[in-house]
Design a protein around this ligand. Structure first.
Ligand SMILES: Cc1cc2nc3c(=O)[nH]c(=O)nc-3n(C[C@H](O)[C@H](O)[C@H](O)COP(=O)(O)OP(=O)(O)OC[C@H]3O[C@@H](n4cnc5c(N)ncnc54)[C@H](O)[C@@H]3O)c2cc1C
Length: 505
């Protein structure tokens, strides 16, 4: 058997995906003496957005051995406890999608079923989630590692400056031997018989050869799409947003909130992501319903402070590559697909792609069975995220614009329709092994968007009412007291990882 071991990897592209991939390969495959090269073009640049994350990012940084304070200082980060949704179920309504769980199951019965029966006197379900209780009070503290403490239930992620994160990871990767090449790729050379990629060729003629390629070229999909012609599934019929305009502004208004705010607008939605030195803002919209000028006007009219840079217009097609890995090319990041940023899932999908690539890294040659497995797992995971994101747009009572009328009446994927129906009837929800978002996430959004189950699990009726009422009231009191005792988020950030003196409160 010929020796086809992978000795050199070329990471094509140096945005968040490229540098996360290079850093992870350099860290975990260092014993294999792998030659890792990253090619990027400053002239092309990166998308330059992508500032909100979800909790698994902590695992990624821990895998790299990154110190949290150093990372937060370098990326001017703040903590994120979840997302505040404004005007989604109906204009005037607000809810939180917090990280972490709601309440505690009672006698083997799901907490939300018990809560549903007593909901009139139990108060909002968010009163039973410590992460939400802290977010609503704009407070933060690190979780307690002792699982017997209520503080152990707090979950968090980060808001950070995406450009600074890529720069941070570049330093990390270069220290571990990754070689960066600056230049614009004009051509991809493939083997005439197998179609495997042999090299990328820069416009100045330099040829960068490799045994394995990771396509991190963003929406261009230079290798996976343009060279290997792997088709892209377009999900525009369910996720019509296909444009965004982003701009930074000075920290003002509500300041350093420990949550992302997503405000529904006439033809899309607006994000507000507070960092230590500025707020990241953007309007994600459907070009079928709103034009660019109107989108920019809406965004500029809804900033907390003076703009700090020029507006950045972006175009995208929601969907995914039919096969993320083809031959000796694995696509990671926007080249593999993009679900619009409502639930901050893109950076996580980069992480998930890297984790699977490491688990299935080629031994003696690329194994088609393993490539199939990578593609199957990726497709399942992305399709489940797609359903969760569609839920936010579809489960609405808004009918004030064509955009919202279209979204509330469209036919959604069967997998989502079934989950919504089961929940609306009796609060039933069953996991799939591919879910990134679990029952508490779905509960927050289903209830938040106004889908309250008609009935509850009949087994709840076997619990003694008095005892249940008492448990509920003890639990919500404990959570409220614990949240009240935390320091303010801005104060915590300034003390723990302030990038400069005097972070605005
Ligand atoms: C509006 C919007 C908001 C978003 N918000 C979030 C968010 O809040 N949270 C989140 O997790 N994600 C978010 N994302 C997604 C996030 O921005 C991306 O997942 C992330 O930045 C990774 O991008 P990338 O590295 O795949 O691509 P890019 O950043 O586009 O990088 C591509 C790289 O390829 C290089 N390249 C391309 N062509 C060539 C060539 N011919 N020669 C040489 N080099 C080349 C470029 O120079 C660049 O280095 C958002 C995306 C958009 C569009």
């Amino acid at each position: 058997m010929s020796d086809q071991r992978v000795r050199s990897v070329v990471v094509v592209g140096g945005g968040t995906a490229g540098w996360m991939t290079a850093a992870a390969l350099a860290k975990t495959l260092s014993a294999q003496r792998l030659k890792i090269t990253l090619v990027e073009s400053e002239a092309i640049g990166t998308v330059g957005v992508g500032e909100a994350t979800i909790p698994p990012i902590l695992t990624f940084n821990a895998m790299l051995g990154i110190d949290e304070r150093a990372f937060m200082r370098a990326t001017k980060a703040s903590f994120k406890l979840g997302i505040e949704f404004v005007d989604w179920g109906a204009v005037g309504e607000t809810y939180h999608h917090p990280f972490g769980t709601f309440g505690l199951d009672l006698e083997g019965l799901k907490f939300h079923q018990v809560w549903r029966k007593f909901s009139e006197l139990a108060g909002p379900i968010g009163d039973y989630n410590l992460t939400e209780a802290a977010a609503r009070r704009w407070r933060f503290s690190l979780p307690d590692p002792d699982p017997s403490k209520v503080m152990s239930s707090l979950r968090y992620a980060y808001h950070f400056d995406a450009g600074l994160y890529a720069r941070f990871l570049r330093g990390f990767s270069e220290q571990r031997g990754v070689v960066r090449i600056e230049g614009r790729i004009g051509q991809v050379d493939q083997n005439g018989e197998t179609g495997f990629v042999e090299a990328v060729v820069l416009e100045d003629g330099r040829r960068i050869e490799g045994d394995f390629f990771v396509d991190c070229t963003g929406f261009r999909g230079l290798v996976i799409g343009q060279a290997l012609k792997v088709p892209y599934q377009d999900w525009g019929r369910w996720l019509p947003n296909n444009r965004a305009v982003a701009i930074g502004c000075e920290l003002g208004g509500d300041g350093l909130t420990p949550f992302t705010r997503a405000t529904a607008r006439e033809g899309g939605w607006q994000w507000r992501i507070p960092l230590q030195h500025r707020i990241g803002n953007g309007y994600v919209y459907s070009s079928h319903h709103v034009d660019d000028d109107r989108a920019l006007d809406t965004l500029l009219a809804n900033l907390d402070g003076a703009p700090t840079d020029e507006p950045n217009f972006l175009r995208f097609t929601p969907g995914r590559r039919e096969r993320a890995w083809e031959k000796n090319v694995c696509s990671i990041g926007l080249s593999a697909g993009f679900i619009e940023p409502l639930e901050s899932t893109s950076i996580h999908m980069i992480q998930a792609g890297i984790t699977k690539l490491l688990a299935l890294f080629p031994g003696n040659g690329v194994d088609p069975l393993e490539v199939d497995e990578y593609n199957r797992l990726t497709a399942e995971q992305v399709d489940r995220i797609r359903d969760f994101v569609i839920l936010h747009f579809h489960a609405t009572r808004r009918d004030d614009t064509d955009y919202w009328r279209y979204l509330s009446s469209m036919i959604v994927p069967d997998s989502l329709a079934r989950r919504m129906e089961l929940f609306a009837h009796r609060g039933r929800w069953f996991p799939s092994e591919y879910d990134l978002f679990h029952e508490p996430n779905w509960l927050a959004v289903l209830l938040g968007q106004g889908i309250v189950p008609e009935e509850w699990d009949p087994l709840v009726d076997s619990l003694p009412d008095n005892q249940v009422r008492q448990r509920l009231s003890q639990l919500s009191d404990l959570i409220a007291r614990t949240a009240e005792a935390m320091p303010g988020h801005a104060e915590f950030v300034a003390r723990y990882c302030g990038a400069q003196q005097g972070v605005a409160a």
